[in-house]
Design a protein around this ligand. Structure first.
Ligand code: SAM
Length: 189
């Protein structure tokens, strides 16, 4: 496989996911959008891995299914048109890898975006559901109104997680116009 060396946030998020995908059995894409993250998860996970993908938009589910089908990976993923707040209703298992690529679909309706009210209900639930060495990757976009609220909440909530139970890190390009996207990683130890 050709490895593209770039340090854009979404690519760095994938660098964090890649080693985990060699062992992950239960994987969640909380916001499948156009399916790019989902495709990455399906391509690089083990054949027996279970992948669950969520999005509130019909079009996102259709686009994601189409992309996965074009790559012959659609039967590896269960899709749900559902708010990520309800993940636990569908996946009542310990989670090895969970991805939240927040915000709205680029080029689409910016009003259909993730919001802090849903995020602050969901992240604490998911943190509890992580398996030992399970990880959550969150890509946050503080450059729009809802994204800024999510960012403020994440910056308060994540550092307060006990370092006896979790490692929490973050990555952001330093020399780009602010506010640039941030990748947070939460690992259960
Ligand atoms: N992961 C996607 C990809 O690779 O194409 C990009 C995701 S896009 C930045 C954010 C997505 O979150 C949108 O498709 C939007 O519909 C979805 N979304 C917004 N609020 C949501 C919620 N509460 N639960 C699930 N999906 C949500």
């Amino acid at each position: 496989m050709k490895i593209v060396q770039t340090f854009k946030p979404v690519t760095v998020a994938q660098l964090f996911m890649r080693p985990k995908l060699t062992t992950a059995e239960v994987i969640v894409d909380a916001t499948c959008g156009n399916g790019h993250d989902c495709l990455f998860l399906a391509k690089h996970s083990q054949p027996e891995a279970q992948i669950y993908a969520f999005d509130i938009q019909t079009q996102s589910i259709l686009n994601s299914k189409k992309l996965l089908a074009q790559n012959c990976l659609d039967n590896k993923v269960e899709f749900y048109q559902e708010n990520f707040v309800n993940i636990k209703k569908y996946v009542d298992k310990k989670l090895d890898l969970v991805v939240f690529n927040l915000g709205y679909l680029p080029g689409e309706n910016k009003n259909i975006t993730t919001c802090v009210n849903d995020l602050c209900l969901t992240i604490p639930l998911i943190v509890e559901l992580l398996s030992i060495q399970g990880i959550i990757i969150i890509v946050s976009y503080p450059g729009h109104e809802q994204g800024k609220k999510e960012f403020i909440w994440l910056e308060k909530y994540l550092p307060e997680l006990s370092n006896k139970v979790y490692n929490v890190g973050k990555y952001q390009l330093f020399n780009h116009q602010k506010p640039s996207p941030i990748v947070y990683i939460v690992e259960r130890v």
